[in-house]
Design a protein around this ligand. Sequence first.
Ligand SMILES: Nc1ncnc2c1ncn2[C@@H]1O[C@H](COP(=O)(O)OP(=O)(O)O)[C@@H](O)[C@H]1O
Ligand SMILES: [Mg+2]
Length: 405
Amino acid sequence: MHVILLGPGYPAEIPFFARGLANVGATVLGVGDQPESELPQLTRESLRGYLRVNSLLDEQAVINAVREWIGALRVDRVESVWEPTVLLAARLREVLGVEGMRLSEVIPFRDKDAMKTAVAAAGLRVPRHLRAGGVRQCREAARQLGFPVVLKPIAGAGSADTFRVNDDDELESVLQKTGHISEMNVEEFIHGEEFTFDTISINGEIAFFNMAWYRPPPIIGRSVEWISPQTVTLRDVDSPELASGRQLGRDVLRALKFQTGFTHMEWYRKPDGEAVFGEIAARPPGARSVDIMNYACDVDLFTGWAEAVVHSRFTQKVKRLYNSAIIFKRAQGAGRIERIEGVEKVMASFGEHIACVDLLPVGAQRRDWKHTLISDGFIVVRHPDLQATMDMADRIGTDVQMFAG
Ligand SMILES: Nc1ncnc2c1ncn2[C@@H]1O[C@H](COP(=O)(O)OP(=O)(O)O)[C@@H](O)[C@H]1O
Ligand SMILES: [Mg+2]
């Protein structure tokens, strides 16, 4: 099997997907914009060939270059596990005559208004929503929907340029900040907790699913710097509290006719238990979520995904043993990391439950927390009991502190 993997070197988890493909016997061909010599070691070990393109975002140029590169070779799969190349993968499948989802089938996983329209058409609950092309349309949409509303780019990611707007004054100041975006989605604000429903699916059937809880909801965690945001993969996915979201997730995948690969859906649970659709992507969740799923179930979902994609099988032995939480840290101050406090203390009090510590070292330049959820690093804890997991995660939030200067 010849598999083209788009962007095999970035972000940090992609090399593990490349290795997964190689693990299950695929001949992996990478197409990316990094020089080959700068690819991560794991990617280089996993690839049989690599085509460097100027930019993965110039889709037509990539398509032309790939056609020329592969010549008469028969390609069996084209895969993207990163949001910006999901549409490109579909276009390449069409052009190369490769099996898998077509452009029209993946657009509902990319365009935030199209996805809600398609999900609502199946009778499922989505926030009331309007597409708005400019300042006047945004004002009109907010008036129709009623405050509070959320404004976000139609093809956004990572909560970038996403705002809760409570009144006319806030609307005007947000409109000033979002003037550079050509098309916005304006939505009814849903009050509630926020969760994920993630799957590996094979020909429309769910082979594995995961549910995670965002603490706090990303719109808050991504806008307040002192917060240490958490993603908590839940052990008891069969619990009654998650039932409405589980059902919604299954119904959404059926409605959108998802076929094979990873999906990542977000949903809100209102105080009365109702599940409301948030958004869905035809790719794995980012920000090390696949790692925490692996920690929670003692599996290798990078290889599990690859097996599903290449062989239409899923043979990982999933044991739901733990809840697993990743806590992202942001240093105080600007510049380089000068000191890190509290790691020894949390290691001494519950080190046996800490699966991973990956903080920037002293001397490293701080990352832009607005740009990457990973921020200045993270710690992962896991425990069979959810409350114990959250208690430890909160301790890491407060007791581990990084300082930059
Ligand atoms: N209608 C809504 N009601 C409440 N919160 C919302 C709504 N839309 C977005 N949010 C918040 O904004 C965040 C980012 O929006 P989302 O649609 O998930 O875009 P992104 O692709 O940037 O993740 C969500 O995780 C959620 O916290
Ligand atoms: Mg989101």
